[in-house]
Design a protein around this ligand. Structure first.
Ligand code: ADP
Length: 454
């Protein structure tokens, strides 16, 4: 009320002054009372006019954008202007703070790998994150206020929105990218909905692969088991001659060998997937590795093939895990022997390329592989000719193991093949894992490592 007293005082003073001047003027004209009454009214009017001018300036400022300071005045309207201006500045600061908080919140949502979409009570898009737009194949600006079911027409999604039973997430094909999406709808407020989208393409693919893998392993194990069970029954129930019994035992041995190699390969794969990357400071002599693989191949071939190993240049070392490197090259050599008819040729070749990378090539003159099979050769249990693979003791996992070993060593596997002419499998190692110069330190270290292992 502190503002009221001076205003009342001012008004009274103006009336009193008007009254006094009116009385004096009226007295001279012999009508003092009329003069004083008129003076009062004129005083009040003068005061009101003097008050209205700053009020008008203040109103003009208030109607504008308030981007200049309020009119300064030491009287009532100056005080009102100052207080209004302060309240506005305070509100502006709060709005700015809220705006910044909202921007931060939105950029956090934008950083999420999941998509977020807000729908109003008519299922029209109110806001959409870039990820949701990408997942659902919509335009986050252009499609604002559009009903979501006009844009995402996947029947499962439309039915889900219409049923309005939003307990469980649904899985739908991604409209644009061709993958798989998980969509969760959560109602909030008064009819609004929060839609969360997640790209589960990779997870779905992995689950399918795991299912296929389990089915394949079960199938691979069931077949020899069934055969073994049959032989056990035969042995138990039929009176066999010694020759027949021996034959049955040999066949049983083949089946157990088959299961053993399958379990062995499965364990190798599991180990490759679960163990840390091979060291880059353990050096394995390439020559020794290839000689060992050669002797394995010779005993597998039983002199049915011409087998040779060609080592270009001086002694070289490969950095990595010796057992894994041996397993990769041995798998290629074994395959070359198994898929090359009698009299054919199998060669292993080591060379250092001009850029310093290393290459192990295993070549054969065998049955070859048709072009359409090449991209799938390293898939687990993929076989071009299943019965030939099984007959020769294959598990369908060999090239998958080779690919894993090469990936772990930062290298790659390249395959070239022609049906009826033969195949060439190349293992390419990065130059960082190849050392060929005769370096006394390396030679000493390798010798020490080998002695340690023994
Ligand atoms: P498998 O144990 O069946 O040999 P791999 O993974 O080693 O399994 O090989 C996958 C398939 O690739 C084989 O089943 C075979 O059909 C084909 N293959 C591999 N190496 C050769 C080769 N040197 N010549 C012809 N075909 C090959």
């Amino acid at each position: 009320m502190t503002w009221l007293a001076p205003r009342l005082f001012g008004l009274l003073m103006a009336i009193a002054a008007g009254c006094f001047i009116g009385w004096m003027t009226g007295h001279a004209l012999r009508a003092p009372w009329t003069g004083s009454l008129l003076g009062c009214v004129l005083g009040a009017c003068a005061y009101t006019l003097a008050d209205a001018l700053p009020a008008l300036r203040f109103m003009r400022w208030l109607r504008g954008a308030q981007d200049v300071p309020a009119p300064r005045d030491r009287r009532f309207w100056g005080e009102v202007g100052y207080r209004v201006e302060r309240a506005l500045r305070l509100r502006d600061r709060k709005v700015e703070e809220e705006r910044q908080r909202l921007a931060q919140f939105l950029s956090a949502i934008e950083a999420s790998p999941n998509g977020v979409l807000l729908l109003n009570d008519h299922d029209q898009i109110e806001w959409c994150s870039s990820m949701a737009a990408e997942h659902l194949g919509i335009d986050k600006q252009r499609d604002l206020a559009q009903p979501i079911t006009n844009l995402v027409r996947t029947p499962a999604f439309v039915a889900h929105m219409q049923a309005a039973q939003f307990g469980e997430p649904i899985t739908i094909p991604a409209p644009r990218a061709g993958g798989t999406l998980s969509v969760i709808v959560r109602p909030y407020g008064e009819g609004s909905k929060l839609v969360l989208t997640q790209d589960i393409t990779e997870r779905t693919r992995n689950e399918a692969m795991r299912r296929d893998f389990v089915a394949n392993v079960s199938h691979e194990i069931r077949t020899p088991l069934t055969v073994l069970a049959g032989f056990v029954d035969t042995l138990a129930n039929l009176p066999l001659t010694e020759a027949e019994r021996k034959r049955v035992m040999t066949l049983m041995r083949q089946q157990t060998d088959r299961m053993q190699s399958l379990v062995g390969d499965l364990l190798t794969l599991a180990q490759l997937e679960g163990s840390p990357r091979p060291p880059s400071d353990r050096w394995v002599p390439v020559q020794e590795l290839l000689r060992r693989v050669e002797s394995d191949a010779v005993s597998l071939s039983g002199s049915r093939h011409r087998i040779s190993v060609d080592l270009e240049g001086g002694p070289c070392l490969l950095a990595g895990n010796e057992a894994e490197l041996h397993s990769a090259i041995a798998n290629l050599m074994t395959n070359a022997v198994r898929y090359t008819p009698e009299g054919g040729q199998v060669e292993a070749h080591w060379r250092v390329r001009p850029d310093g990378s290393g290459e192990v090539e295993v070549r054969d003159t065998g049955i070859g592989i048709a072009r359409e099979h090449l991209p799938r050769l390293t898939e687990r249990f993929y076989r071009v000719d299943g019965s030939r693979s099984r007959e020769t003791g294959g598990t369908g996992l060999g090239l998958s193991i080779v690919k894993h070993v090469m990936q772990r060593h930062g290298g790659e596997l390249q395959v070239h093949s022609e049906v009826g002419r033969g195949s060439s499998f190349k293992l390419l190692f990065p130059s960082t894992r190849v050392r060929c110069a005769v370096d006394p330190d390396t030679a000493e270290a390798t010798a020490a490592q080998r002695t340690e292992r023994r």
